[in-house]
Ligand binder design. Structure first.
Ligand code: EPU
Length: 487
């Protein structure tokens, strides 16, 4: 790491187009140096940016207190961006979280010909006048969600060549159900040289079943929906995913002129239309981020109110937190408060992840952290991604007593964890490590926090405002003897 990079945790840079960070926080200032009256004019922001190799230093054992506002949902925003390709008119997407995954998506969509611009801190405009059908490996491999470009491309162009994304640290992520759905819609499907080739000249509506070994598929349902809205005839999708993010996609598609019934259920019916028009849409708030903040309140024995948390989207988590003895209130429909001032009264529980409305796999790692400091024996079973336990060896480094048996984590809750240097491996695993560090005695260092920046907008600053002792530092400020990076 260079000396210049070591100077400050926050490094001002001048960049064009997509500013990489939020400018909403106090100590995180961005200056818009040229105003853009219209669309597609370059804007220069001067912003400090999180760096790829930043680390977090956390001093734990402080109860978090206060109110935090939930950002827009990453997993809703990504397919919404893709859906904007279905029209040659402008689609405006508001409440977009400021995340590296969003910037990746914008980059890929520009590559295939769309104008994608950030017009305000959380508003993006997509104008896909002309598109090409080819999404290359070097972009797709950076982010799996780019597979959901297939549906819009075949809807619009009747042809798509999209790279297969490759391996994923949370376990096998096949796209066989996506391809089965496209084939049912009359597409020719082949895989050559690592690319999926889709020939949709004869695209038509059809009756499809999209359930797999692990239940429904969120991005698979999104992909098929986006192809079906422009396919002649009627498409019926059985065993469709009903995640709030899929519902949000249906809402945007409807606003663009699509005809979809059964929204929010496992049976969607789509009447294909000839074209879709532009629309403006506000992304729903991020239930996983909200859930992570609620668990942060619980694990630190704090009192945290999460605004923008829709209790109805979080029913399975709230049910499990209550069962565990964590007091939960919902003072308003979009607000949940966790008042966990008696952490010793928590008790062990069992959790099984499932597709929505079951307990979300994206909150499993965070729940493992909570159960690691909850007295008794808890069993957390992962039914969606049965190998998604990369956080466990790192939690063990903090003293957690967890054994993995097949798809289950068997957790003997301790009264405390102890701070340690740990390594983040993926988005939700990193969140679990932050939560564990907030509860642990002593100091923890968390490396590779770029994983967490993919899905949580400046989590360090927001936790700090709730009273956490967490700092983002350049990696070279980490004491050498604690550094776990291979040399
Ligand atoms: N599956 C198949 N075949 C397929 C597709 C999926 O067998 O063709 C299996 C998967 O292997 C998994 C299950 O079905 O066992 C569910 O996977 P799903 O397709 O629903 O996952 P996804 O749509 O690729 C989204 C989120 C994930 C989240 C899962 C499950 C986005 C961008 N990603 O992925 O989010 O874990 O749904 O809810 O929406 C995260 O945010 O950290 C994350 C990984």
């Amino acid at each position: 790491m260079s000396g210049a990079m070591a100077k400050a945790a926050v490094r001002p840079v001048a960049i064009k187009a997509d500013p990489p960070t939020t400018h909403r926080s106090d100590d995180w200032k961005a200056t818009r140096t040229s105003h853009r009256p219209g669309f597609l004019l370059p804007v220069v922001f001067t912003v400090p940016q999180p760096h790829l190799m930043d680390v977090f230093r956390v001093n734990g054992s402080r109860p978090l207190r206060g109110t935090v506002h939930t950002s827009g949902a990453k997993n809703a925003a990504l397919p919404l961006f893709a859906a904007a390709l279905l029209s040659d008119e402008t689609v405006t997407i508001e409440n977009v979280p400021d995340l590296s995954d969003i910037r990746f998506m914008a980059e890929i969509m520009r590559h295939i010909g769309a104008d994608v611009e950030r017009s305000d801190a959380d508003t993006w405009k997509v104008h896909a006048r002309k598109l090409t059908n080819h999404a290359p490996y070097e972009l797709v491999r950076k982010m799996r969600a780019s597979v959901c470009l297939m549906g819009p491309l075949i809807g619009r162009l009747r042809s798509a060549v999209v790279s297969l994304p490759g391996g994923c640290v949370i376990g096998p992520r096949p796209i066989d159900l996506h391809l089965k759905g496209f084939s049912g819609l009359g597409c020719g499907v082949s895989i050559e040289g690592g690319y999926v080739h889709l020939d949709a000249r004869h695209l038509h509506g059809a009756d499809l079943f999209l359930g797999g070994r692990h239940g429904s598929t969120a991005l698979g349902t999104a992909n098929i929906l986006m192809a079906a809205v422009l396919a002649p005839g009627t498409t019926r999708i059985e065993s469709a995913a009903c995640e709030p993010e899929v519902v949000d996609l249906c809402r945007l598609l409807r606003a663009m002129g699509a005809r979809i019934d059964g929204i929010g259920s496992h049976a969607l019916v789509v009447e294909g239309v000839e074209r879709l028009h532009g629309a403006t849409h506000r992304v729903i708030s991020d239930r996983i981020e909200a859930g992570t903040f609620l668990i942060a309140g619980a694990i630190t024995g704090g009192d945290v109110t999460v605004e923008g948390a829709r209790a109805s989207d979080l029913a399975a988590l709230l049910d499990k937190l209550r069962e565990c003895g964590v007091p939960i209130e919902s003072p308003a429909p979009d607000c949940v408060r966790v008042r966990a001032d008696r952490p010793h009264s928590r008790k062990a529980i069992d959790v099984i992840t499932m597709p929505h409305p079951g307990f979300a796999t994206d909150l499993q790692a965070q729940m493992c952290a909570l159960m690691a400091v909850t007295p008794g024996l808890s069993i957390i079973t992962e039914k969606v991604f049965p190998n998604r336990f990369m956080h466990v060896p790192e939690l063990q480094r903090m003293g957690a007593d967890i054994a993995i048996e097949g798809p289950s984590a068997i957790i003997k809750g301790l009264s405390r964890l102890s701070g340690a240097p740990v390594m983040a491996s993926d988005l939700r695993a990193s969140a679990a490590l932050v939560l564990a560090a907030l509860a642990a005695h002593g100091e923890s260092w968390i490396q590779r926090v770029y994983h967490i920046d993919r899905g949580y907008e400046r989590i360090d600053l927001r936790l700090k405002r709730l009273g956490a002792a967490i700092e983002r530092l350049p990696a070279d400020q980490m004491p050498k003897h604690l550094d776990g990076e291979p040399g």
